[in-house]
Design a binder for this molecule. Structure first.
Ligand code: PEP
Ligand code: MN
Length: 334
């Protein structure tokens, strides 16, 4: 529907719902698309909508991801929180410790990442650890400390929800919800995040294909939440020199098939702080829309992921390395 009126769109939505489909309105630069999502069987009936005067065309979406794909929305989506903006030429850096450990640690982290140019603060309160004996996070207390550090510094905050029942409290204290690699196919969690009313950073599972990654994003979108940021954080390969292998190709591949912003987490990809700046630079050169980086005031004392966390001065160096590349790529650092 080109330059559609509100009431025309509402009418189409109503008709689609009458036929038993869920309607998603996607307002693009050129036209408004109303995606009818539901049972594949009987979808021919939707063709009759072409008879409506304000409907330009009814066409089937061939890709398995209906809402995440470019078929339904050709212009890039921009996802924002506070001053952080991802996609459509905007680039933001999310930085902070792997986990919230204390009030002093998270507040110091917030100040130092903000002063170096990060637009958003990260910090895990609920940690999905490989071992049940490892530090599991400060939970609700950590969530409150993260929120307070964000308030004090003016930074929006993101933190992970590990289970569906944590989503509500995470949405209450954080500006964005992170879904971790180990949970990329936790469909109940994806659905809960889709209903939480907050943007979501969805991390790619370490054993997941790009197709599966986009299908997981589709779960969130299909619940009516259009604000999904995809995060490539390394996949598992036969290589043992690094924690994971950063699939840098995922950036241009996803760019071709999806309108969603895609960011890179070089910290979990590499598992070693020395590789973070080179991979952050590679991410910018590949066209990423942002970075998610672990920074700790004192990595040697970190309760998790210290070996891959940047010291404050190294984070400043990373930002200095990335800025000129952003200019070359015509990206605006927010
Ligand atoms: C994290 O961001 O600290 C984290 C646990 O990441 P991932 O889910 O990518 O392993
Ligand atoms: Mn971590």
């Amino acid at each position: 529907m080109a330059s559609s009126k509100k009431e025309d769109v509402a009418h189409v939505v109503h008709k689609i719902e009458e036929m038993g489909y869920k309607a998603h309105v996607i307002v693009g630069v050129e036209r408004t698309v109303v995606a009818a999502v539901g049972d594949e069987r009987g979808k021919e009936r939707l063709i009759s909508l072409e008879a409506l005067p304000h409907v330009e065309k009814v066409f089937p979406i061939l890709k398995p991801f209906k809402l995440a794909g470019r078929e339904v929305k050709s212009d890039p989506s921009i996802v924002s929180a506070g001053k952080a903006r991802f996609g459509g030429g905007f680039f933001s850096v999310v930085a902070g410790p792997c986990a919230v450990e204390s009030e002093g640690q998270i507040k110091e982290s917030a100040r130092l990442v903000r002063d170096a140019g990060a637009a958003m603060l990260r910090g895990g309160a609920y940690k999905p650890r490989t071992s049940p004996y490892s530090f599991q996070g400060m939970e609700l207390e950590g969530l409150k400390l993260l929120w307070a550090a964000g308030q004090e510094t003016g930074l929006p905050v993101v933190t992970e929800a590990v289970t569906p029942d944590q989503v509500a409290v995470v949405a209450q204290f954080a500006d964005m919800i992170q879904i971790g690699a180990r949970n990329m196919q936790n469909f109940a969690l994806l659905r809960a995040a889709g209903r939480a009313g907050r943007p979501v950073i969805l991390k790619r599972g370490m054993m997941s294909t790009i197709n599966e990654f986009l299908m997981s994003a589709e779960y969130i979108l299909s619940e009516g939440n259009p604000d999904v940021i995809l995060c490539e954080r390394g996949i598992r390969t036969f290589e043992t020199e690094t924690r994971n292998t950063l699939d840098i190709q995922a950036v241009p591949v996803i760019r071709q098939i999806s309108h969603l912003p895609i960011i890179i987490d070089p910290s979990h990809a590499a598992g070693r702080w020395e590789l973070v700046t080179p991979m952050a630079c590679a991410a910018v050169a590949a066209g990423a829309d942002g970075l998610l980086v672990e920074v700790h005031p004192n990595p040697a004392e970190a309760m998790s992921d210290g070996q891959q966390s940047l010291k404050p001065e190294r984070f400043v160096q990373m930002m200095d390395a990335v800025r000129p590349l952003l200019a070359v790529m015509k990206k605006e650092l927010c």
